[in-house]
Ligand binder design. Sequence first.
Ligand code: HC1
Length: 589
Amino acid sequence: KINISINGISMDVQSGLTILEAADQAGIIIPTLCYHKDLCIAGNCRVCVVELTGQKRLAAACATPCEEGMEIRTNSLNVRNSRKHIIELLLSEHRAECTTCYKNGNCELQKLASEYKIMTQDFIPLVKNNKYTIDQFSPSILKDDSKCIRCQRCVRTCAGLQGVNALTVAYKGDKMKITTFFEKAITDVVCTNCGQCIIHCPTGALVERNYIEEVWDALSNPDLHVVVQTAPAVRVGLGEELGLPTGTRVTGKMVEALKRLGFNSVLDTDFTADLTIIEEGTELLQRLKKKIHEKDESVKLPMATSCSPGWIKYIEHMYPECLGNLSTCKSPQQMFGALVKTYYAKARNLQPDKIISVSIMPCTAKKFEAARPEMHASGYTDVDYVLTTRELAIMIKQAGIDFKKLPDSKFDRLMGESTGAAVIFGATGGVMEAALRTAYELVTGREVPFEHLNIKPVRGIEGLREASIKIENPQRDWAFLDGVELKCAVAHGLINAKTIMDQVQTGASPYHFVEIMACPGGCLGGGGQPIPTNPEIRKRRTEAIYAEDESMAIRKSHENPEVLKIYEDFLGEPLGELSHHLLHTSYVA
Ligand code: HC1
């Protein structure tokens, strides 16, 4: 430990802490912009300046480690004036048309400008370069250079968290800008649409492409039947946008709010998450049978999950030769879309062209996924509009709904019933856990040998985790799996996908089955979730997801009664002809 003083208060702190971290421990707030708990330190915005009185200088608190005997002032006149000037300078290059900005009310620069009462615009006449570009070609992301303060959080996110490097810094001095390879549109570079840049951007420079007005239009058209599905992770994030504590489970309130918004049917992506487990589990077992029993070397293992559209885009860009390792299952969102305009339409006696299918997702890449040419299996656009958790919160506010006071409601039927296995899709490791609960039982006739079905080895926050389950005494059809140690791996955040895929690429992967989710923490940390998102927030959302699982009456996908019914009434069998047509696809690089 070392001794420092902050604002005259002596304190012992762990050696190695930055001034920012030490101040945080002492309950002293230092403003930041370029700093983010998920990212490496940049120290380039300087709003976190503090005064080192002994050394008679200012220093960036985020980038300066504490030293023995350091005397720090975080609120001297010198500090306050310096911060004020820095904020004024940032504002001078920022198109501060706050009332018409999508981030109005949730912009870190706007908040600082308000706290420091920036009433003058002295620097604006000095700014020469006021040309800017707004890239609005992507169905997922809008990039507006006029709002960018060049803090580079997005660049560090794309490189450090995701290993994608779609965004970069170009030029120097007052020409410096955040751009893409040869300044191409986002749609023309390696961007995966994950939206992590959006949740790390402090201003309105990067935001989701929103479809709020389109959905309001559909809801007000009496000729249309508007169906909504909600992703697993939305129910543990939405409350944060509407004044509830982080990690509050709001499933019932969310359903009630959607009904009050006027959706004709409020259904659950969790239903098709369960269905995914049946299809994907069957596919995995078939691949194992062909590879191990029939010695078919053309079969690709490990099989990789295919529900995260950011991950799909990543493998298409970075490892196109490994596309055969992807499960052929569409994501639950897209399975749902294909079934709404076929199975649901038929059961409800509706014309598919009169159905508008909306999904609420924690993800910006889902907007891109819904727009992919592969996603028209119903003969129509399977999912018409994808809204993020944030967009849904905006609609709830616009409708004047007091969310906290809402009673709990239940999802409608058909396609509204789900299990605990489905809800854990929203957390990293959840798809793997759900698949193992079902596949192990199908093969052995017994439940997975873990307490309360909780497969703890696949849970956690490490970027890469491994687990194995030994198959003992399988049922007759699966005798060839006796004694086989099923090896699995889970990765979240695309930087961790790289480790797994490098092994797959060289043929050195020891795994049978891998789960890869594009976003840190899985979908609960998705690019469409409430801002801010950081490690503590992801932890609370994760706890909420597992609590939701434990609270469910049924916790294994193969026991979902509506899933059993859809095979009986419509699909026939897993991986059957209709399933193949509606629920599976393949991607070509
Ligand atoms: Fe996800 Fe999925 S879990 S991809 O993370 O498989 O977005 O929540 O909806 O489709 O079910 C996201 C979440 C989501 C799909 C499911």
